[in-house]
Design a binder for this molecule. Sequence first.
Ligand code: ADP
Ligand code: ZN
Length: 784
Amino acid sequence: MVRRTKNFAEVVFPIAKDQSFTYRVPDELRDRIAEGFRVLVPFGRKKTTGFVVGFCSQCRLKTVKPVEDLLDDTPAFSPEILQLTRWISEYYLCSWGEVLKAALPVGINLESQFLIRSREPYSSAVVEKLRKQNPKKSRIFEEISLRGPATMAGLRRRLRISNVSYYVNWLVEEGYLVVFSRMSKPRVRVKYETVITLEAGYDRWLLEKKAEELEERAPKQAEVLRIILQEGEISRADLSRLVPNAGGALKSLVDKKVLSLGKREVMRLPPEDEPEGGVKTIILNEEQKDSLLKIAREIEAEHPGVFLLHGVTGSGKTQVYIEACAEVLRRGRTAIVLVPEISLTPQIVRRFRGYFGDLVGVQHSRLSVGERYDAWRKIKEGNYRVVVGARSAVFAPLKNLGLIALDEEQDGNFKQEEPNPRYNAREVALKRAELNGAVCILGSATPSIESNYHASRGHYQLLTLTERIDQVPLPMVTLVDMIQERKKGRLKPDSVFSQTLVDKMAAKLKQGEQIILLQNRRGFSTFIKCRECGHVETCVNCDISLTYHRRDRKLRCHYCGYERPAPTACPICGGGDIRFRGTGTQRVEAELASLFPRARVVRMDLDTTLGKGAHLRILRDFSHRKFDILLGTQMVAKGHDFPRVTLVGVISADTELMFPDFRAGERTFQLLIQAAGRSGRSPLGGEVVVQTYSPQNEILEKAELHYYEGFYRDEIEDRRGLGYPPLGRLIRIGFHGRKEKTVRERAGAFADLLREQGGPFEVLGPAPSPLLRIKNMYRYQIIL
Ligand code: ADP
Ligand code: ZN
């Protein structure tokens, strides 16, 4: 029955078009092919990787190309992942193929490439002839006939000719060049190593004698043979570590048919984080127990519900996730734990490993491509029962899923903005849990307005942890009014530190305690301005001021990476009085050096954490007290646990508040509460100082009191008035292009169309996006 229907396969591709394409299934593949397979198929003029999403027995098309090959032994996607990704493509309006690609580890897809080669050898006569027709044609011919085949992109890069394809096509038509295709290599593949074993059928005793014989004549061969006799099997890499320069000896033994070489698959696993120093026995407190009880009850349910676990920082939420995982594992099921940024919170992996050991797999984008591929395969093969990871781990190919827990569910990192699919892993987690009959726990110290709203309406069960473990009190938050400080002479011109903050820092340093400082802008100054004509240096590609980086004295655009040397005089009026304005982390660092020359300061922002493992190193050094002050962007506010930190200083609470986004207030509140959560995590106690120019701001006042309920009440009222989520839904339609006029016109025409059509929505715009131009693209938007 099944056999008969598999005549044709429906295949989707990771392209913007949401459409499936039909391919003929050749007889030899019909028994093996199934939904979810990756296949190699001709597509347009190329061969590329597609994903099988269905079959049909008949096809009305006249010419149907065949599936060329299956790319794996088993389907890459389970029926469950197919269903989930289909839903994502519908909900987030993108193609199914794009979502499927996002659910795979990067770099495993094959694609053919077009190359251009010349039909004739290089000759100066031909070049001369072409030059007369068109100099670009001759340069292209010269390049290819001398340097060999090239891709169109390669040619464009090397020759810097616009419209390369136009001239190439011309040369192809005239017979000078030909285009052909070749498969590109996937970026990752299974890694093998060479292993050495004894040739089958040899008697051990005989071999031991042989080793003795060789001792005199060829001592190295004897040594190699003895090692293999002892180990049974050893990788070539390990052997050369034990016996340097063993190549010759090994070859002789293989030639004599004493040893044989084989291949074995190896897994690239990330280096283990240092273990947690044993699991301490933890007895859950009453609130934790109560939460766990309710969760365990739902695990048994046929249609389990969603939990919102609202617990202040350090109240033992992670412990609840761990115990919930244990419950799920005990029932033979599996669990996913999602965290916003795993490289910033390595402790969580260590804690899960402490409980579940080798059953824990890790998935996140800071692993190497090979490590990610291997982790994915191990999950798929059932070697892991718990996966801890960032956003994309929501697609982890676990079977029999019983639980998804999302820590810090409000965090913006769960959202993928670029490229498609533009999804929020929280929504995907909720859907995946629903499809699997799994429990979903959303945890947070400051739940998103949306999740709290759903809890208040009874759609989610609310669980609360009201106290920090060991009753350590929440730190005291002090708002410092910078205008008042200035009036009282407690803020020096050009300083970023109020005297209040300086005094507190001095006291902590004296006591040998640690400090975290948050400044949510990197670089030195965020813009530079001429005192005389008011000119501000801006990016050539974007409508944004350039940030000054002091180390190499360059101005950089934080959107497109454009850079140029910082000017010493104003490029417009020639004036020499250029002011560096706006505060970045580098500037805070410089001022710290002059305020506290003996304090050891480490800076953590995008500029200091580019290298692999850089985050971990900084965090580890700080926790080993190699530094007194950790200064950085919002990275320093994430869930770190440093018992000796007793002061958190927020240089400016206003940076985030000013953002033109309806969530700016919410984000500020969350950031402040999170930052506060880094202070006073031990009986040493702790406090928080927040500098601001708008101390009367309601949100800052609520944060000062740790008053989540009040903040939520105000915020939900505001949103109700404006119809913002969760009381309404917003869709942003972005238009971008190189010509502003065209972009504006197209956006306008689309808005007219929407208004004409009408529907249960209101059309706002088109209007220029908050940043009109980024990377030379003009941007307009319509909001529904
Ligand atoms: P959160 O995730 O809410 O920040 P954690 O689960 O990380 O809180 O708990 C904070 C600290 O308290 C951790 O070191 C954890 O091991 C410890 N802890 C959690 N629950 C208990 C408990 N019931 N008894 C003792 N220590 C606990
Ligand atoms: Zn730019």
